[in-house]
Design a protein around this ligand. Structure first.
Ligand code: ZN
Length: 294
């Protein structure tokens, strides 16, 4: 992990591209307080989560060193400031009950960490572990987190979590396989321009031009990605995406979150028997309402 030699390194098995994804986030300087790690295999996700957790408590300059006591305790699963809620024994299928989550874990959220500067909550297989009621309870803490807290969720697909949770989290996709196609990118750029430059007519024309549901889904997914990058950019995570930069300059955080939610809502509706033209008109109205309201 580290260029320095000496001491006893603790091994962590992680593909190099996934390691880089996590380290890029760590070294961006400002780590978000809520991170969802999706994609690749369960083992890669779990180890990526540990790498991120170690970086939050590591005492070395080059974080995470994976050699200091703090790092080792995280990797061994023994760190007193890393809480890893487990499925309730009384319940089937890997779920934690809301009562246990609240009483045994979340009740400690505002208590200062013991050893490290940061308290970590690690929810592995979060889509199975956390039912909707648990996610809603967590949401209240995520919205106004106590200082020095890091929530990490691992999940095969971030989509399996509530959109309200997703929109407040930084989503890390391991071994990204989803690459937006060029058409979708171009439309996402037009939507960006329509919103950022207040060209309502252009926005309506762009959205009305989406006449196939799969095409609309790709374009809206690409636009959602740009909104997420814009949100991350505002939190200090660098991006080369010009649309994301533009959106982050023109819109405040609350508006970007609202745009993500409404776009994901539209994507969900696309999977139903919805009339595409009506949906496009609805979406344009929503975009206008969110973007231009005082
Ligand atoms: Zn360390």
């Amino acid at each position: 992990m580290t260029e320095q030699q000496g001491g006893e390194d603790v091994a962590i098995s992680l593909k190099s591209e996934n390691k880089k994804t996590i380290l890029d986030l760590v070294r961006s300087g400002r780590r978000p307080h809520t991170v969802i790690i999706e994609g690749d295999s369960k083992e890669e996700r779990d180890n990526a989560a540990l790498l991120l957790a170690a970086s939050a408590v590591c005492t070395s300059e080059d974080k995470p060193c994976l050699r200091c006591n703090q790092c080792k305790k995280v990797l061994d699963g023994l760190h007193p400031d890393m809480l890893v809620p487990q499925p309730s024994k009384r319940l089937k299928s890997g779920i934690i009950s809301l009562g246990e989550l609240r009483d045994e874990f979340l009740s400690q959220a505002s208590i200062k960490p013991n050893e490290a500067d940061t308290k970590i909550y690690l929810f592995t297989d979060a889509d199975r572990l956390l039912r909707e009621d648990s996610q809603n309870t967590l949401l209240k803490i995520i919205e106004e987190p106590p200082q020095n807290i890091l929530f990490i969720f691992t999940v095969e697909k971030a989509k399996a979590l509530l959109s309200t949770v997703r929109s407040r989290a930084h989503i890390v996709t391991l071994s990204r396989t989803y690459v937006p196609d060029e058409d979708a990118e171009a439309i996402a750029e037009q939507i960006t321009d329509g919103i950022a430059d207040l060209y309502e007519y252009d926005l309506l024309v762009t959205l009305s031009g989406l006449t196939k549901k799969d095409e609309a889904e790709s374009a809206l997914a690409a636009f959602t990605e740009k909104l997420r990058l814009a949100l991350a950019f505002q939190s200090g995570v660098m991006t080369d995406d010009s649309c994301a930069k533009k959106l982050s300059r023109k819109l405040d955080r609350a508006r970007i979150i609202a745009l993500i939610e409404v776009t994901m809502d539209a994507i969900a509706r696309l999977k139903t028997n919805v009339n595409l033209q009506l949906l496009n008109t609805w979406l344009c109205t929503q975009y206008r309402r969110i973007t231009w309201q005082k």
